[in-house]
Design a protein around this ligand. Structure first.
Ligand code: NAP
Length: 269
């Protein structure tokens, strides 16, 4: 690639996005990293530099239409033509639709906790609207430049539905629908659109949550027992799929599942 084309990775200040950015830089892309926190982005760029890899941070909030416009303006002015956009920024606030708790001793009735609307809106905004805004910006940049290109949306295998995940599963199902829709709309311009759909990623977030909560550790161990390959995916496994999506010229509208064969929608421990 010799840095002749730009790859943009959103949500690249930690976790999967940071790992994807390093793999793309190592594969020769001029890699622009985006997240809200400029210091975390700069720290990841320093990590890359320590490995001989260059990352180019541009802080932006993917839910803010004007910020996304400024992000693509900067790429157009400062970077080689956009060839790959990885829509990775995402987050999850777990709630059941209507939580049911045992009432306090002596109190009657059922203690109901409805899914908070703000958690629904925050998740849809980040995972779905953010993907829409950045995907729209990336397609516009490629069409304006008259180049081919690839958009990879990071989904999740819980897009089919999962316990306590109303907003996240709905958002990720929407991300997969956008992927197929954009593939149909943009194929004639040589722009391919795919989703990579990881199962649980064995990364820092999982390790710190299981270390902090024995209950969560037991839940995850019970879930792993039902995964056909009995392993979670790693950030490297997901990066392999992103690189496949970026390079296989016959694939578009494809959802690449990287999940050890499937994770269960509900586990009872
Ligand atoms: N971890 C898993 O097990 C797993 C499994 C399946 C799918 N996924 C998907 O993989 C992707 C990455 O997950 P992760 O676990 O690596 O997430 P993470 O560790 O929580 O990192 C999220 C990244 O997104 C950025 N971000 C959050 N809000 C943003 C906003 N409004 N604008 C721009 N950037 C924003 C964060 O940086 P700032 O806070 O600085 O903005 C951070 O860099 C997500 O799409 C997630 O749904 C993860």
């Amino acid at each position: 690639m010799s840095e002749t084309r730009t790859a943009l990775v959103t949500g690249a200040s930690r976790g999967l996005g940071a790992a994807l950015a390093l793999r793309l830089a190592a594969a020769g892309w001029h890699t622009v990293t985006c997240a809200r926190d400029p210091q975390a982005l700069a720290a990841r760029a320093a990590d890359g530099a320590a490995q001989g890899l260059r990352l180019h941070p541009v802080p932006a909030d993917v839910t803010d239409e004007e910020a996304v416009t400024r992000l693509f303006d900067r790429i157009a002015q400062e970077a080689p033509p956009l060839g790959l956009c990885v829509n990775n920024a995402g987050g999850n606030y777990a709630h059941t639709l209507v939580g049911r708790r045992s009432p306090a001793p002596g109190a009657g009735g059922v203690d109901l906790r409805p899914h908070p609307l703000d958690a629904w809106r925050r998740t849809i905004d980040l995972c779905l609207t953010g993907t829409f805004l950045v995907g729209r910006g990336a397609a516009g940049a490629m069409l304006r430049a008259g180049t081919d290109g690839v958009i990879v949306n990071i989904s999740s295998t819980v897009s089919r539905g999962a316990y306590a995940q109303s907003a996240y599963t709905a958002a990720k199902a929407g991300v997969e629908a956008l992927t197929r829709t954009w593939a149909v709309e943009l194929g004639d311009a040589g722009i391919r659109v795919l989703a990579v759909s990881p199962g649980v990623i064995d990364g820092d977030a999982l390790r710190s949550r299981t270390a902090a909560s024995p209950r969560h550790a037991a839940y995850m161990a019970a879930m792993l027992e039902q995964v056909p390959l009995r392993r979670w995916c790693t950030e490297d496994d997901v990066a392999d799929a992103v690189l496949l999506a970026a390079t296989n010229r016959a694939m578009t509208g494809t959802i690449l599942e990287v999940d050890g064969g499937g994770i269960p929608a509900r586990v009872v421990v």
